[in-house]
Design a protein around this ligand. Structure first.
Ligand SMILES: NC(=O)c1ccc[n+]([C@@H]2O[C@H](COP(=O)([O-])OP(=O)(O)OC[C@H]3O[C@@H](n4cnc5c(N)ncnc54)[C@H](OP(=O)(O)O)[C@@H]3O)[C@@H](O)[C@H]2O)c1
Length: 281
């Protein structure tokens, strides 16, 4: 059963509290990205409830969180692929906080081509993570914003036989693929070998679904915005099931982010260990 909603964090500010409470929540965020990494002391409220579960050390030393921002009717984009922005300021601030606490943010090439995202931390204070695209067919051009030269590592996870035409400072990681599909475990293992062990799978739906189906997520953050798109791209694309009782039911916590709701699903029980990953974090 979901736990009771943890009321009111929006855009870095605790709502439903007085002005002092709001200021404290904003101030308390400033040290959180560093604290998550060092794990020396508990995170200050209200952040421990949201990000505490992402500090842990599973046996393989990796922590992988997927995120989806969706409408009430389970859409991540319109039919044309437009998705800016389904989530409001609170949901977007949450996404930027996730970016600030991870080592690397990963998108599929579908998102990189459709949205040309920067994948930087802008809505809250915090460091920029390494930017990773899964692009088995080497389709993303060098001019993509996520390849901008800003001192942050940029990596392309591609098929073993692909030949990306990209500047030398972009790290090209060739991985075994079958019909251009790369095992999510191989992607995580390759990132871990390169020192990137706290990972955000930011989207889109196809990429998050592949990691989910492969048992490669520790947590899944689904941020539901109070809008109905009607017809559009669904949040997940998973193998079909016959009966409702076969549906994935993960323990979850609910947090209210202004007028949006975050479902924080705990998938650790089904997470596959990543063989070649290093164990230190
Ligand atoms: N609401 C949200 O939270 C959110 C977040 C991000 C994006 N979006 C929206 O979602 C749409 C894009 O999503 P999408 O589902 O179409 O695409 P996507 O997940 O961004 O990218 C999918 C593509 O990435 C490559 N890929 C991903 N995982 C792979 C793997 N394990 N092995 C090999 N290749 C892999 C494949 O490229 P190939 O096709 O080359 O094989 C695959 O078709 C856009 O409209 C965007 O605006 C919404």
């Amino acid at each position: 059963m979901p736990s009771a909603p943890n009321r009111g964090i929006h855009d870095g500010i605790a709502s439903g509290t007085d002005r002092n409470g709001e200021a404290q929540a904003v101030d308390s965020w400033l040290g959180v990205p560093e604290l998550v990494r060092t794990k020396k002391v508990p995170l200050p409220p209200p952040w421990d409830a949201l990000f505490g579960p992402l500090r842990g050390s599973p046996a393989d030393g990796l922590v992988v969180v997927g995120q989806i921002g969706q409408s009430l009717d389970g859409r991540v984009a319109t039919n044309s692929g437009h998705s800016h922005y389904i989530n409001g300021p609170a949901g977007l601030a949450h996404l930027h906080r996730l970016r600030a606490i991870v080592d690397a943010v990963v998108v599929g090439v579908g998102t990189a081509l459709a949205d040309d995202p920067q994948l930087t931390v802008r809505r809250v204070a915090g460091p920029n993570p390494a930017r990773v695209v899964i692009d088995p067919g080497a389709r993303l051009p060098a001019g993509a914003k996520m390849f901008a030269r800003d001192g942050v590592r940029r990596l392309v996870m591609t098929a073993h036989d692909a030949k990306p035409q990209l500047p030398a400072e972009i790290e090209i990681v060739r991985l075994p693929s079958l019909q251009r599909r790369i095992a999510p475990e191989a992607i995580l293992s390759a990132l871990a070998e390169r020192g990137l062990r706290r990972i955000l799978i930011e989207g889109g739906a196809e990429t998050v679904s592949r990691f989910l189906a492969a048992g490669c997520l520790d947590r899944l953050h689904v941020v539901v915005a109070p809008i109905i798109i009607g017809t559009g791209r669904p949040s997940f694309n998973l193998p079909p099931i016959e009966r409702v009782h076969e549906a994935l039911r993960a323990p979850m916590k609910i947090h209210q982010l202004d007028d949006e709701v975050l479902f924080d699903c705990d998938l650790s029980a089904q997470r596959r260990a990543i063989g070649a990953a290093k164990t230190s974090m």
